[in-house]
Every structure is written in C-alpha cells, then in structure tokens.
Unconditional design. Structure first.
Length: 409
C-alpha cells in the first residue's frame, strides 16, 4: 500500500512528465522494431538482445521487467535493467557505435521507467503469467558463456597458453617473426604483442577460424601441415596443442552460431589455469620403442611438507620423438588451480622454482590418431625419472633428462 508521502511524490512526478505509453511509443518501440542489434552485442556474441526484454505494449513490458526484478519501483534510476544495459560502459576500446547505442538506450529506458514508476496503477497491477514474461530464449548459463570476457578467458587458457609451441614464428616482435614478416608479410604475426585480447580480436576477424566447419579451420590444419605450413608439422592429431586449439574453435563456432540451447550443452568448465612458457624439457637417449611416436610428459613437484609428489602435475608437454636422434624436446605448459597463490604469481611471470621433480612419460601407440579426444593414461605409462632443476627459460637452457633412466617403478 502506498504511503501518503509516496502518493504525493508519484502524483507530482506523473504531472511533470508525459504518460508511459507515449514515452514507450517514442523511445522504446523503435528499439523493439529496429532490425539492428542493440548494444548487447558489445559484450555478448549470442543468446541475448535488449529486444528480448520488450513486449509490444508499454504495460506488458513494464510488468514483465517488474516481475523479473529488473525494475526498482522506489529508485527507478537504479533499476537492474539499466545496469545491464550499462555493463559495457567500462570498455574504453568499444566502438563508437556501441557507445552511441548504449547512451540512447539508457536515456530512453530511464525516461520510460521513471514514467511507469510514477503511475500507481502500473505499480500495483497483478503479476503476469510466467509464459507472458519477455526474456532471452537462452538460459542465463548460456548467455554468460557467450560473453566476450568469458570467451577471452577460455582463449587465454587454451590457444594463448600454447603460443610457445609455435617456436616464436608467429609471436609478434620476436627475432624469427621479424624475419618471416619480411618474407611473408604481417599475416605471419597473429600472436599479438599486446596480449591475448588483441590476438583473439585478430583471429575473430581473420580467415584462420572456420565457424561453419571448425575442424577445417586453418588454425588447425596449418600446424598439422594438412595445408602447406612453412614451419612444418607442429601438431600431432590429439596432442595437447591440437586439443586446446580444436576445443576452442569448436566452442567459438557454437557460440557465434547460437548452437547452445541449454546449460547441459556447454563444454565442461576448465578446472586448471594454463600458462605458456619458454621453459624447455629435453629427454635424450630415448628408448627405442619411443621412436617417431608421440610422447606426453607430465611433471610433478615435490611436496616437502607431505614428503611426497603432488597429486596433480604442475606442468606438461608432448611431442613426437625424433627416432633417429633418440630425442624428445619441447616447451612446458604450467598448470595451477584458479585463484591459488601459484596462479596469481604466474599471471605476472610463469616459472618453476628450483627443486626436485618427477617426470612421467606416456607413449601414444596410435590411440590419439583414432580419436583426438582420447587421453593418455595408466595403460600408456612408459616410465618415470627424477630430476632437479632451476628450470631456466630459453631453447639453449634446456632441463635434460637421460631417457635411459626413465623406468617403470
């Protein structure tokens, strides 16, 4: 029930502005009828548009927003729908078109919501039926997954974390990259010096990702050398790099094509943060059975407190063994639990401390070529060895393990 003071305030507000229906027809209906997307596209790749919250009439739209908790009746200017529209404001790099759209939308909705909240009849009108509420067709989990900041987090934890596998050829500004740019042009530099966000933006605008047939993306076929690649074979089907790239491009394709209908359709949430490094691990004198086969290596840190090896690997890598040279060597990707002390430290500089580690090797005997999603496990275990190292970065500073000492316990 309205208090006398509030009733007087509402009457004064209502007398000072046009009726809600008039504001709606002039300010809100054009947004609803426009063929152009709203400012939502600045933050969301799919799943939601401001139009999803608008019904044909002013009354229905207001009641729908009110019933979903998106209207603050007593503080209209603080309504949640306004905060949602304004979410992209902090993005200083947003295109001017987004900024203009958002400003127009905020202004229109603010004026209309204030007019509605000043109308006592609208405020107290009965609730709509659930099926009459105007809202996006996708559940909130899907809408959140399609946000650009969520995509960037996924990209950083996958493709960006694997960038050192590319031997600096595609990393903008490296010595090898500068040489290749001189020979092939700027298209070689797709890992941007500005970081993962700039790199993702470039890839989204390039032809390296095929959103219709993601498995045929050049981002995958080039490192496999299925399409001629100046750097030769960098991925084996099913190795860590291929898995990371393919899972990302498939997820991205489903997002932009609005293929996720329910939360159960979404890919599993990543449980560990990945950090790419230029720390190299070399296993020389590899056993004969490893020759020209893919070997995955997991590195476990020593827990001095518990006096045992940590249960989860702190790093891993994989590579096809050079059989003739009995040699395995590749860069390490580090892993840490999100929010952990390691993850926070590695965000600035991913590195392994000097100490004792256990190196465990797993041999792929054709499993991954048959199913790239398969994982190497206990049945593929080839042996282990201890190593003590300060893990310096750089190709010329490899931590080396004698393959002859890699044995099954």
């Amino acid at each position: 029930m309205l208090t006398a003071a509030l009733a007087v305030l509402l009457f004064a507000q209502a007398a000072d502005q046009p009726p809600p229906e008039e504001v709606f027809e002039k300010r809100i209906a054009p947004i609803f009828k426009s063929p152009n997307p709203s400012s939502c596209v600045q933050c969301h790749l799919a799943g939601v548009d401001l139009k999803n919250y608008i019904r044909p009439s002013s009354k229905e739209t207001f009641l729908s927003l009110r019933d979903q908790g998106l209207i603050d009746l007593d503080n209209p200017g603080k309504s949640r729908i306004l905060a949602l529209i304004d979410m992209g404001k902090a993005d200083k790099g947003a295109a001017m078109i987004h900024q203009k759209n958002r400003a127009a939308e905020i202004d229109a909705f603010t004026s209309w919501i204030k007019a509605c909240c000043a109308n006592g009849e609208l405020r107290s009108a009965p609730k709509l039926k659930v099926e009459e509420l105007a809202k996006p067709p996708r559940p909130v989990e899907v809408i959140r997954h399609a946000r650009k900041d969520q995509l960037l987090e996924s990209f950083t934890n996958s493709v960006w974390a694997m960038r050192f596998r590319c031997m600096s050829c595609h990393i903008e500004g490296s010595a090898e990259n500068k040489k290749l740019v001189g020979e092939n042009g700027e298209r070689v530099s797709w890992f941007k010096a500005a970081g993962p966000e700039a790199t993702l933006k470039y890839l989204m605008e390039s032809k390296l990702i095929d959103t219709k047939e993601p498995e045929k993306s050049l981002l995958l076929r080039k490192p496999l050398n299925e399409v001629k690649h100046g750097g030769g074979v960098k991925f084996q089907l099913g190795d860590e790099g291929y898995k990371a790239y393919r899972k990302f491009v498939e997820d991205y394709a489903k997002i932009v094509n609005d293929k996720y209908e329910k939360a159960a359709d979404l890919p599993p949430k990543q449980t560990m943060q990945a950090f790419g490094t230029d720390i190299w691990l070399k296993i020389g004198n590899t056993p004969a059975p490893w020759g020209d086969k893919l070997v995955q290596v997991k590195v476990f840190a020593w827990d001095a407190t518990k006096k045992t090896w940590e249960a989860e690997p702190i790093a891993s890598t994989d590579r096809k063994v050079w059989g003739q040279g009995k040699l395995f060597q590749h860069t390490l990707t580090l892993f840490a639990a999100p929010g952990s002390a390691r993850a926070k430290a590695w965000k600035a500089k991913p590195e392994l401390p000097n100490g004792k580690y256990l190196v465990r090797a797993y041999l792929d005997d054709g499993k991954l070529a048959k199913d790239w999603t398969a994982e190497l496990g206990a049945g593929d275990f080839a042996g282990e060895a201890e190593v003590t190292s300060a893990w310096p970065a750089g190709y010329g500073k490899m931590t080396t393990v004698d393959g002859g000492k890699v044995k099954k316990p």
